[in-house]
Design a binder for this molecule. Sequence first.
Ligand SMILES: *Cc1c(COP(=O)(O)O)cnc(C)c1O
Length: 355
Amino acid sequence: MTRPAHVIFDPQAVRANLKQVRAQAPGRRIMAIVKADGYGHGVVRMAQALGDVDAFGVASIEEAVRLREAGITQPIVLLEGPFEAQELPDICGHRLESVVHNPEQVRMFAAHPEPLTLWVKVDTGMHRLGFAPEEVPAVLAQLRRPGRTLRLMTHFASAHLPGDESVAAQLAAFEEVLDGETIECCCANSSAVLAWPASHGEWVRPGLMLYGVSPFRGVSAAELGLRPAMTVVSALISVRTVAAGGGVGYGRGFVCPEEMRVGVVAFGYADGYPRHAGTGTPVLVNGVRTQVIGEASMDMMAVDLRPVPDTRVGDPVVLWGEGLPVEEIARAAQTIPYELLCRMRMRAQFIQRPS
Ligand SMILES: *Cc1c(COP(=O)(O)O)cnc(C)c1O
């Protein structure tokens, strides 16, 4: 038997989630965000599951090239633009589109006459990337060339926080830039797709919701009609009975309050499980909800078998995904679901469900 740690990828869930995006943003074009190797799901796997979206957003030329080599023909947008001028021939050669967010990139593209599509990023208040609203007209003028398409985008800092006033302020700043310009624009990440219809513009730019995860703390993915694309599974490799007072794992991370059955799962932090999700973090054994005990070690972690009768070595374990939202694990680990999904590039083998 090979090591049972696997990531199950469900293309049908991805398509159901895409339908939700279309329902929330009817008539808008969709740039599906597949950076960080498709949030850990595999950039090519995600693009193939998504099918006929209008564009893909990635963070590097390497990801874009992987999509082109897999036969993906839609527009691909480099969300951080080029990091150095040497990348321009590849951008043109692979027919990529690019964000332009700093003066160095303006100089690079101003020096190149190619009829590219460029997305000028406006910093409306997140203060991460982009030009101040008052700089935008001059940037557009520098980039304008015959046959070149220019578009505008901005990114919200707090669209995931219900009722946060900064979103309306950012949107107002963006609309001021648009005043007098006829130009397509794109502002909405998943949380803005769901919560800020006024921000939609010609294009929307969802990531997280396509993977079937809720961007809001108090709202579950199921309530939003989203289904997890990723289910992380493994199996029990040891089942033992530990006496009352017996410690489990490094540093006696858990001390058994009574004689109890303890299972060991072939999955650890080297597989991407968060070490900070300790005792009390939910886990499914044979489909029954129980808890992690102690902290994950490198390749293994212990689980409480008291609620699960008749367990044996080889029984299936779900770490997160179908039946156990990754949002819950993220909360237990004091992180966000995005980080946990991205970690699945680390080691586990992928299994693909039928499309
Ligand atoms: C990652 C990213 C997105 C997608 O955000 P989600 O919260 O995953 O929907 C959209 N736009 C930009 C610029 C991003 O970097």
